[in-house]
Design a protein around this ligand. Sequence first.
Ligand code: UT7
Length: 345
Amino acid sequence: MKTTPSKKIVYPRAKHGFEGRTCSIAAVGSYVPKRVLTNADLEKIVDTSDEWIVSRTGIKERRIAAPNEYTSDMAARAALLAMQRADVTADQIDLIIVATVTPDLVFPSTACLVQEKIGAHHAAAFDIEAACSGFIFGLEIAQQFIMSRTYNTVLVIGAEKLSSVIDWQDRNTCVLFGDGAGAAILQNRPNTHGLLTTVMGADGRKADLLSMPGGGSRCPATAESVAARLHYLRMEGKETFKNAVNAMTMAGEEALRRCQLDISQIKCVVPHQANRRILDAVSERLGAKPDQVFVTLHKYGNTSAASVAIALDEAVQSGRFHRGDLILLVVFGAGLTWGAAVIEW
Ligand code: UT7
């Protein structure tokens, strides 16, 4: 479905009594580990080929964290970069939200560990779990706190060490994922527009399509559960693929409709980086031209909650859009979950 072209941008928030207050992304930052794992490296681990991986996914390599490098370490590095770029000190941060499915520990939260690592001792901190959709869910939560005048400065991070939950014997999944982190500083900055709208959705009926069966209260770790390889990520690829295309398209269209925007007015689409074929199908359905869509998948694979955050940072640093441009984020992940956001950068 295409929306009616319009030069006028509609600011959905302005209708709900938030006049004068905006939630702006002051700066972003990202971090990926140094170690590169290529498709050629994977050919030595499982029965796969560079040709299969590139043609079916678009992924050429991914980054793998060091054994003693944890999700909170990558998150803190991305956060410190975003803080430096936003000229925000640790003392100014009111809230830290970390989106992850690979926390350092089941508890306490990775956000608390990040708080300590960046020295933001006045900040409240918690994790959210919306899988690959987590960063957009985090942006929406941050926006609610900022627009309600509860907080002025919120740090939102998507960070994953997926290499710690990948079954390196399963060629269906181990070629797809990588590690990394992306962060954004959100602030009330008058005379800017920032986040225009955020769409979030979920369908728990399809929870089994992508999950990690072991390690929770349903299946705590036992010698048997470890032997049965239940503590690794599992995915039904084909069904997940179909749902990803439908949900990302639907979320993107809804976000554009709410702002009465046509896709041609969007300078850059930054999608969750799961599979090149998914990106192409979603772009085509949204009516986006290939040069509107920002892709990092070939370098990093699927980094779940970190994916759209890393891509956003790389798009900004490479000058793909500038202040005042309109951008569209679209995401999809386990849950199932999905989301989209329109941002006036
Ligand atoms: O971030 C959350 C969202 N995640 C996603 O959206 C991922 C969605 N799914 C996908 O990206 C794709 O479904 C995959 C890339 C996972 C798989 O692609 P596919 O085109 O759906 O392949 P398939 O599962 O239908 O497998 C085709 C064949 C199978 O062989 P047979 O049964 O036809 O003989 C697989 O065993 O390819 C085989 N295969 C592989 N061959 C070489 C599966 N993985 C590999 C591999 N190397 N790594």
